[in-house]
Design a protein around this ligand. Structure first.
Ligand SMILES: Nc1ncnc2c1ncn2[C@@H]1O[C@H](COP(=O)(O)OP(=O)(O)OP(=O)(O)O)[C@@H](O)[C@H]1O
Ligand SMILES: [Mg+2]
Length: 348
């Protein structure tokens, strides 16, 4: 489990226990209801329509992208659109070829097999999967040593939907066996606003246009985070306002939860603040920066930095961490004058 997963942060992309409980109710059930990801949606729509027209099963689908962008949601939509049942398992649950053989052989014709975190599957199972995906057949090894025999087993036609946050970790032979790969991107604010309006309606929460925009801007491009912030803002609106989420209510609520206008939380701001105020914007080594904020090196590197880098607030350079001009601006500070102050990296 990574740090990101273990820490329950309001702006963390991994699901917390409450997310798991409410997400099922908020999941779009059809491609038409699924917001954004235009390209993946159109491509997948073609794959599924064509398969339906042929009366066959859809080709295997790989979905890659950061946590909380909708991979599990899309996998369930694939099954719903094909009118097929879905079986759900994950890479870590498939540690032996035998585990996989028993799942595969119990599938129904046309069933969707959703294999989450497919990059974490054990090697022997992976090799069995190659043959299953291509020929709908597996060899079950019976016995050990010289007396072992391979018994071929015919499988029903199925659609494998694999999901991964780390497409780069998949061995090429596995990647190549998917007929379609969808890369999920971070969502724009207009799309997140639609996600928020949709979820608000399902949760029976009243939110106006500016209120939704305020939450969307702090959601880090991630629907899971948008839904989570919406629930916290709803609480605030019920207790401290008249229940309606306006821009002012959303802004005040998220101030209480220490999520700023760009979606940075206390930790992100501490890292950025130390880099600017104590080290003049860097370059400074990761360990020094971690000590300065009183966190583990790994926490700074794996939990705080990826989003700061993505937002163009921090750069990782061979000489250490460096703040960008946008970082000074975001914390309301003036960058020091002169090229040497920034280590010459941002000369104009
Ligand atoms: N395009 C979308 N439209 C509306 N809601 C969405 C969309 N994508 C995701 N969501 C919402 O975000 C939540 C998280 O999505 P989902 O569980 O599918 O993410 P994931 O990519 O599988 O994440 P993980 O990598 O952690 O498994 C879901 O509850 C769903 O309601
Ligand atoms: Mg998922």
């Amino acid at each position: 489990m990574s740090r990101e997963e273990s820490a329950e942060r309001l702006v963390g992309a991994a699901p917390d226990s409450e997310d798991t409980a409410v997400e099922a109710a908020l999941r779009p059930r059809s491609l038409g209801e699924f917001i954004g990801q235009e390209r993946v949606r159109e491509q997948l729509d073609l794959v599924l329509r064509a398969a339906r027209a042929r009366g066959g099963t859809a080709d295997h689908v790989l979905l890659s992208g950061a946590p909380g962008l909708g991979k599990t949601t899309l996998a369930m939509i694939v099954a719903a659109e094909m009118g097929a049942p879905i079986r759900i398992t994950s890479g870590p649950a498939v540690q032996h070829a035998g585990d996989l053989a028993s799942i595969l052989s119990s599938l129904q014709e046309g069933e969707v097999l959703f294999l989450d975190e497919i990059h974490r599957m054990a090697r022997p199972a992976e090799e069995m999967l190659y043959m299953a995906m291509e020929d709908y057949r597996v060899d079950v090894i019976v016995g050990k040593g010289p007396g072992a025999t391979a018994i071929p087993l015919e499988l029903p036609h199925f659609t494998l939907v694999g999901a991964t946050t780390r497409a780069g970790l998949l061995p090429p032979p596995l990647r190549d066996r998917f007929g379609f790969t969808g890369h999920m991107e971070y969502y724009g604010s207009a799309e997140l606003e639609r996600v928020i309006h949709r979820s608000a309606a399902l949760l029976d929460v009243s939110v106006d246009t500016a209120g939704a925009a305020e939450i969307a801007g702090r959601s880090r491009g991630t629907p899971r985070i948008a839904n989570r912030l919406l629930r916290r803002v709803r609480d605030y609106a019920q207790v401290r306002a008249d229940g309606t989420i306006t821009a002012a209510v959303a802004a005040r609520a998220l101030e209480v939860y220490e999520v700023d206008e760009r979606g940075l939380d206390r930790l992100d701001r501490a890292v950025l603040g130390a880099l600017l105020k104590l080290f003049g914007g860097g370059p400074v080594g990761l360990s020094t920066l971690a000590v300065a904020v009183g966190e583990e090196r790994e926490t700074v590197e794996e939990v705080a930095e990826p989003f700061l880098v993505r937002e163009g607030l921090l750069a990782r350079t061979p000489r250490g961490r460096v703040a960008t001009p946008a970082a000074w601006h975001h914390l309301g500070l003036r960058p020091p004058e002169g090229p040497s102050a920034q280590g010459g990296l941002f000369d104009t």
